[in-house]
Design a protein around this ligand. Structure first.
Ligand code: ZN
Length: 215
């Protein structure tokens, strides 16, 4: 059972993918993390991805997604099922993914779209901070109360990701909507798309997804 979790940033898709990976023993393929790792590399590709993510705020070009995705997929054993998180975001990426999966004799069985409103996305993301040491995601007003607070887990310094300002979020959201809505239509036409209300509690969202998988 290979699953795709789609949803705008702040929809909690990463958390849901992680929960599913644990429950059903799936490989969690998190495109955002894969790309952020590439962005740290001191290479031409690394610098290009860094600029795209932090300066121009555009989608990572197809050829880079293809390269990163393909090299990751060949490292996963054939018999292991996968939950995809943050990919595919465009119809072009759907094509890469279908081709790459075919080579590993896999196919997509279910797609979940965790839907939240634009206002909710901006509210959630602008409160998001990250621990510079342990990389934990912390919510302002919940996990930490001020910018000078330390990470409750490890005492590390907290900061905001460069692209988590309201301007950056709005830009990403409009890019997301433009590029990803055709992807949703595609999976809908295949009859494998389920939409989930992402403004419910994390446990509720998870319950709905698991119920659907097990039915
Ligand atoms: Zn920490």
């Amino acid at each position: 059972m290979n699953i795709i979790i789609l949803g705008p940033q702040g929809s909690g898709k990463g958390t849901q993918a992680e929960l599913l990976a644990k429950k059903f023993d799936l490989e969690h393929l998190d495109m955002g993390t894969l790309l952020r790792e590439v962005a740290k590399e001191d290479s031409e590709l690394g610098r290009e991805v860094y600029n795209i993510q932090n300066i121009t705020n555009t989608l990572v070009p197809g050829r880079i997604v293809k390269e990163v995705l393909t090299s990751k997929l060949v490292s996963i054993p054939k018999e292991k099922s996968i939950v995809f998180d943050g990919v595919p975001r465009t119809l072009e990426q759907v094509e890469y993914l279908n081709n790459a999966l075919e080579q590993s004799e896999k196919k997509i069985d279910k797609v979940f779209f965790i839907n939240i409103s634009g206002a909710e996305t901006i509210d959630r993301l602008s409160r998001r901070r990250v621990c510079e040491d342990c990389k934990a995601v912390l919510i302002m007003g919940k996990d930490v109360q001020s910018e000078s607070d330390k990470c409750p887990g490890c005492g590390g310094k907290i900061s905001q990701r460069l692209d988590d300002t309201p301007e950056g979020i709005k830009k990403r959201l409009s890019v997301y909507n433009e590029e990803t809505l055709p992807v949703l239509d595609y999976f809908k036409s295949k009859g494998i798309l389920t939409e989930i209300n992402g403004e419910q509690a994390v446990e509720k969202v998870s319950e709905e997804i698991i119920k659907n998988i097990e039915s």
